[in-house]
Design a binder for this molecule. Sequence first.
Ligand SMILES: NC(=O)C1=CN([C@@H]2O[C@H](COP(=O)(O)OP(=O)(O)OC[C@H]3O[C@@H](n4cnc5c(N)ncnc54)[C@H](OP(=O)(O)O)[C@@H]3O)[C@@H](O)[C@H]2O)C=CC1
Ligand SMILES: CC(C)(CO)C(=O)C(=O)O
Length: 341
Amino acid sequence: MKSSPRIAVLGAGAMGSRIGAHLFEARYAVVLYDSWKDHVAEIQRNGLRIVHEHSARTLRIKAANRPLPGEVYDYVLLLTKSGQTEEALAGFRDIIGPDTHVVSLQNGIAGIEILPRYIPKERILVGVTTYSSDLLGPGAVQIGGSGITYLSRLSGGSSPAVDTLEAIFNAAGFQTVVSEDAMQVIWEKLAFNASINPVTALTRLNAGEAGTHPLGIELMSSIVGEVAAVGHRLGINVRTDEVMNQLRRACEPEACSDHLPSMLQDVLKGRKTEIEALNGAVIRLADDFGMDIPYNRALYQMVKMLDEIKGLSLSYFRFKDSCTGETSKVEAPSSRRLPTE
Ligand SMILES: NC(=O)C1=CN([C@@H]2O[C@H](COP(=O)(O)OP(=O)(O)OC[C@H]3O[C@@H](n4cnc5c(N)ncnc54)[C@H](OP(=O)(O)O)[C@@H]3O)[C@@H](O)[C@H]2O)C=CC1
Ligand SMILES: CC(C)(CO)C(=O)C(=O)O
């Protein structure tokens, strides 16, 4: 193990486990912190299982569900869902020391609003990544292929801490570049996720299926256009062509076309989605500007209903017999299930 820098992943679900695993394999000292007890217990007992294409490997990586006594880190990579940010920072405040950089790689714009309330701005780094990962169950993730990660200071551009992390990520196999314009990168990823995430969550299509269907592309292009228009009102140069190119690339087989975007994974598991941090956040800004963004609003309304009325789970749909009150299970087609089911 390299003695430094010390890295903690806070929120080691699908994406946090993937990033932690690659850093660990590149021989960085990394600890996975997560509040999900069964997941942490499985990693502690049997290791973290990484499934990639037709092979799997198991990594003996350190994991804990509460701060390890006396341990603070150079980097805390924040990878909880956006809505879990405050609770995670509060529960794990002991791992953040006076020199720690907290790095949000979360989707959406909630993180950049919340973090400055807890961490001095100069120690906040932001990033976005188009790498993907699917959580198979406690202690197991399935990882996708290629992608790109952008990093920068919250105020944009590099610093020694950003440059070091860029080098670490590249050494760990994540193609990573420093971005001069943090807001552009965050908003372009916001436009990306505000389109592919709800569209797949609502249609139950995977990234490749939705992102290559002509109607899927048409719909996503309308959503991206609306998000870009709101960004432009804020003075952020959101490039719609660039976002559409990124979407096309992410939906190609070599990137991971069979990935279930994180919002689809949440809906299938009956978990709260990040719709508020994505389309919800854009709608609130559009309302302030008196702008109408109907595609985003319609998707927001539909996903919000799913958020509030649970009932679907991963492998089966439930129907409640209104006569008997009994609930019957209807198996979902096997193509709609995650591989370990
Ligand atoms: N999955 C993907 O392919 C990608 C995801 N992203 C983004 O990365 C972020 C993480 O996504 P993803 O990995 O899919 O999400 P997951 O839900 O798989 O992982 C989040 C993890 O954080 C844990 N957690 C929740 N609250 C706390 C807390 N208070 N303290 C510590 N851990 C906590 C969760 O536990 P529990 O289950 O108990 O809530 C869960 O294990 C999101 O912003 C997402 O949009 C970005 C690119 C790709
Ligand atoms: C679709 C993807 C992987 C984009 O890279 C993503 O950000 C998500 O699943 O939320």
